[in-house]
Design a binder for this molecule. Structure first.
Ligand code: SF4
Length: 382
């Protein structure tokens, strides 16, 4: 059974213009009934299990958008509706800067949360408004300072690059401000225009002033330089950490290991099967009230699909993946499973194969999906 747990809290105090996550404006939402259902799902998912959890990640949505009492209930459920939290476990909760008040920080700390992931996106106040977020740059800085005052030593912040009208100078300032806050971890994602977002509608109407691919690539390279100078190691395409502070939970995903997921729209991976929970909150709650696991779909991966995922998830890590791990898991070598792929991609300068490890090169990291597609036979999978 998995020793990692993801919990999805699909409520937000504002809806950002770029976001296509499963989330709902919190006003008038049945948050307490949702937590009742979540407790029941955790009870079912962990029935008969005894091994305590090693990594927990509560994300969303915005877990910090609920009241302090509701947050306490969710955290308590992690302790009592599962086999418990292992001493030394990594326990992360996502929080928005404007929610980082003393009561919530106190509740998080008292329930054993030892890692905060703060959604900052940019320290440029004009851009923050233009992407529809409800805080300021000053809120974001204060959130980090307050979290430190509550003895959170492992703090991650999320940033976004390639935002509409984002200039290199604004991005540079954001990176410098992030580095100066002396956090332990930074995740930085390039904007993707997703359907069912305001940005998508504006983009379709020709009203979204997007940055070019070249500009976004320059921002990515600037990020690698600035964060390296500030003492961060890049350990994954979009993730940077100080020594020993890489996210253990996310590495479970990239190592293609099992994890339980609970909550509306959450995605889990157990015994070679990927499952996705029902997204709408009322349907999620009613499925559980009717005594059913709230799954929308489940797909048992074939051995071939597992091998493909092993490759494109493992290659996201800067260190790459050990070839021997693949062979031990699947009983054949990468070279046999994907004939010609390693030679072809190394000849293009996108991969290196050295000392038993295969990894993306700098150029390969910039291309990402173009490299991964070489390991996919059939992209049209759940
Ligand atoms: S980015 Fe975060 S806060 Fe904004 S709508 Fe999406 S989940 Fe909510």
């Amino acid at each position: 059974m998995a020793r990692s747990l993801y919990i999805h809290i699909p409520f937000c105090s504002y809806i950002c213009y770029y976001c296509d996550f499963n989330k709902f404006f919190i006003e008038n939402q049945p948050v307490d009934a949702y937590i009742d259902a979540l407790e029941q799902e955790l009870t079912w998912r962990f029935a008969g299990e005894t091994a305590p959890l090693e990594t927990i990640y509560i994300g969303g949505g915005t877990p910090s958008a609920v009241t302090t009492a509701q947050l306490g209930r969710i955290l308590q459920a992690v302790h009592v509706k599962t086999p418990g939290v292992s001493p030394g476990a990594e326990f992360t909760v996502e929080m928005n800067p404007d929610d980082a008040d003393d009561d919530k920080l106190h509740t998080l700390f008292n329930h054993g949360v030892n890692r905060l992931s703060i959604g900052v996106q940019t320290f440029d106040d004009k851009l923050i408004q233009k992407i529809g977020r409800g805080h300021t740059a000053s809120d974001a800085k204060n959130a980090v300072h307050r979290a430190k005052a509550f003895n959170f030593s492992n703090i991650s912040i999320d940033l976004m690059l390639g935002l509409p009208e984002q200039t290199m100078s604004s991005w540079h300032d954001t990176l410098q401000t992030a580095a100066a806050l002396d956090v332990s971890h930074i995740s930085a994602y390039a904007l993707k225009i997703e359907e069912k977002t305001r940005f998508y509608n504006w983009w379709r109407a020709g009203k979204l002033p997007t940055v070019t691919e070249d500009e976004a690539a320059d921002m990515y390279e600037a990020m690698e330089r600035v964060l390296a100078d500030a003492g961060f190691h890049q350990y994954e395409i979009s993730n940077f950490a100080k020594d020993g502070q890489a996210s253990r939970h996310n590495q479970v995903y990239w190592h293609n290991e099992s994890y339980v997921a609970a909550g509306a729209g959450a995605h889990g991976y157990l015994q070679g099967a990927r499952y996705e929970n029902i997204q709408p909150v009322p349907h999620y709650i009613s499925a559980i009230e009717n005594g059913e696991l709230p799954e929308r779909q489940r797909h048992q991966l074939s051995r071939r699909e597992q091998m493909e995922e092993e490759m494109f998830l493992g290659l996201r890590m800067n260190e790459g993946m050990p070839l021997v791990r693949f062979e031990q898991k699947y009983g054949e070598t990468v070279a046999d499973a994907f004939p010609g792929a390693l030679e072809e991609l190394t000849a293009k300068g996108w991969l290196t194969v050295e000392n038993g490890w295969v990894a993306l090169t700098e150029e390969g990291r910039l291309l990402g999906n173009e490299v991964f597609v070489r390991f996919l036979e059939n992209e049209n999978k759940f």
